[in-house]
Design a binder for this molecule. Structure first.
Ligand code: NAP
Length: 455
């Protein structure tokens, strides 16, 4: 895959980049190692000052960064700007809280003095996806750098301008050279990077095959990994739910980021008693969405990020129909215009054990299922290899408690949209991955949890 920015709304090649040569990679790894030796000795106060400055740069230049994101991967400009703002929020959160999260923890034992100290590991490789090209990187980098690690970014090959802009933000913010570097390399280089002694651990957000390949390479070197992979999250609506709120949130939950979000609701599981009404309103909301130029303020859904994502999604929809799903709306690539535009789509009654029902649809396609009651809803929600974030709607306390306890997922949101928040841990179970980002848990992933015992 070439490293290039291609506008998904027009197909226009914006800029192409040469991947780094072997010698250039080696020199950047050396630089990371040398930078770490100095950087690990900097104070928390100093790191926080730099990270707050990074937040200021993000906020001050949100329009320009938002445009880069939209031009490279097609999300609407308003959501791209919101992503830049959220990245700033993530920086400020860790600038404010890291010292407390990483303070020594005293533990009484038979020693005169025993405690836990958190220390950095060194260079951490981040293999990142294109769907949130800024936020995914900052939610890795803010805690990693506050902990005293240095970062190496291998970004998705279709967002190189975002990757370079982020490197520049850290430099402009004052972080020393080598503390955060972008490596313009292809996926084939990742196994070599993780095998290198100068790289101490890795995090990957992306597809299952990419996660498996990184984890296998890392395991050969006994190096820690965090994996944030795909999902096919349930969105359960029970009879007592506020139906209008559930429907309008369902639209955002499925179509945010042009439908290309790991935590988007993908399987809508609705009890029979309200299913007709839910379906009717969902169709009418989907059909009212404006698909078009992501730079326009009134556009709801822009193009998918690449032609191959569009082809894969359309093929999945066609297979689902062959396997028995009913097409309620959409199901079409907009071929009358350039770009990767796909109509928001609803498929109903896909047989639960058909192969496509077990897959992730990475685009604006909702799968609608009807169930008799909460037991069937929970069983269906869990009948999937993934477990990222579930949304469930009810106004009955006993039902809420069951949903919280019984759904197999890294997060359960009751009467709300699943979203990431710097204050809350984020991650999955089952084939959605392992480890956590964000919150206090996120900053503890890439540190040596050192036990100290003094007599
Ligand atoms: P992807 O193809 O796996 O790409 C993600 C990153 O992995 C890119 O940097 C890519 O580089 C790299 N990569 C691809 N194949 C690799 C390999 N064999 N070894 C090492 N690195 C490899 O994923 P995507 O299609 O861009 O992203 C969509 C997926 O990410 C969806 O499944 C989505 O649910 C998941 N996702 C998960 C989260 C989460 O937090 N759980 C968040 C966002 C997205 P190249 O671009 O150079 O190929």
């Amino acid at each position: 895959m070439a490293i290039a920015s291609i506008n998904p709304a027009t197909g226009e090649m914006l800029q192409r980049f040469e991947p780094l040569a072997e010698a250039e990679i080696a020199s950047k790894l050396n630089q990371a190692q040398q930078a770490f030796e100095q950087y690990r000795r900097t104070s928390m106060v100093q790191r926080a000052e730099w990270l707050n400055k990074a937040a200021e740069i993000l906020e001050g230049d949100r329009q320009r960064f938002g445009k880069i994101i939209t031009l490279e991967m097609g999300k609407t400009l308003k959501s791209a700007i919101a992503e830049v703002e959220k990245s700033a929020l993530g920086c400020r959160y860790y600038a404010d809280n890291a010292a407390q999260f990483l303070a020594d923890v005293a533990i009484a034992t038979d020693a005169s003095h025993s405690f836990v100290r958190y220390q950095p590991l060194g260079a951490i490789l981040a293999v990142m996806p294109w769907n949130f090209p800024f936020w995914q990187v900052f939610r890795f980098a803010a805690p990693a750098l506050m902990a005293g690690n240095v970062g190496l970014l291998k970004h998705a090959s279709n967002v190189p301008q975002s990757a370079l802009a982020i490197e520049d933000i850290f430099l402009q913010a004052g972080f020393p050279e080598g503390v955060f570097q972008t490596l313009l390399v292809g996926a084939a280089e990742v196994a070599n990077l993780i095998a290198d002694d100068r790289v101490k651990a890795a995090t990957l957000t992306g597809s299952e095959p990419a996660g498996i390949s990184l984890a296998v390479a890392a395991s050969k070197q006994i190096k820690k990994t965090v994996l944030e992979l795909g999902g096919s999250d349930p969105y359960i609506v029970l009879e007592s739910a506020d139906l209008e709120a559930a429907v309008s949130t369902a639209i955002a939950a499925r179509t945010m980021n042009n439908g290309q979000s790991c935590i988007a609701a993908k399987r809508f599981i609705v009890v029979e008693a309200i299913a007709d009404e839910f379906e009717k309103r969902l169709i009418s909301h989907f059909e009212a969405l404006k698909v078009g130029n992501p730079m326009e303020p009134d556009t709801d859904i822009g193009p998918l990020a690449t032609p191959s994502i569009l082809q894969e999604l359309d093929a999945q929809v066609q297979v689902a129909i062959q396997q028995g799903a009913k097409l309620l709306t959409g199901g079409k690539h907009l071929k009358d215009r350039p770009g990767n535009f796909y109509l928001p789509t609803i498929l109903a009654d896909l047989p639960i054990h058909s192969p496509t029902a077990q897959e992730e649809f990475f685009g604006p396609v909702a799968l609608l299922f009807r169930v008799a009651n909460i037991d069937e809803a929970i069983a269906l929600a869990n009948d999937i290899p993934f477990g990222l974030g579930a949304s469930a709607w009810t106004n009955i306390t006993a039902e809420r408690d069951r949903l919280i306890d019984e759904i197999e997922a890294g997060a359960v949101f009751i009467n709300g949209l699943v979203k990431s928040d710097p204050r809350l841990p984020f991650g999955g179970i089952k084939r959605s991955g392992y480890g956590r980002e964000l919150g206090i848990q996120g900053i503890h992933e890439f540190v040596n949890i050192k036990t100290i015992w003094v007599k």
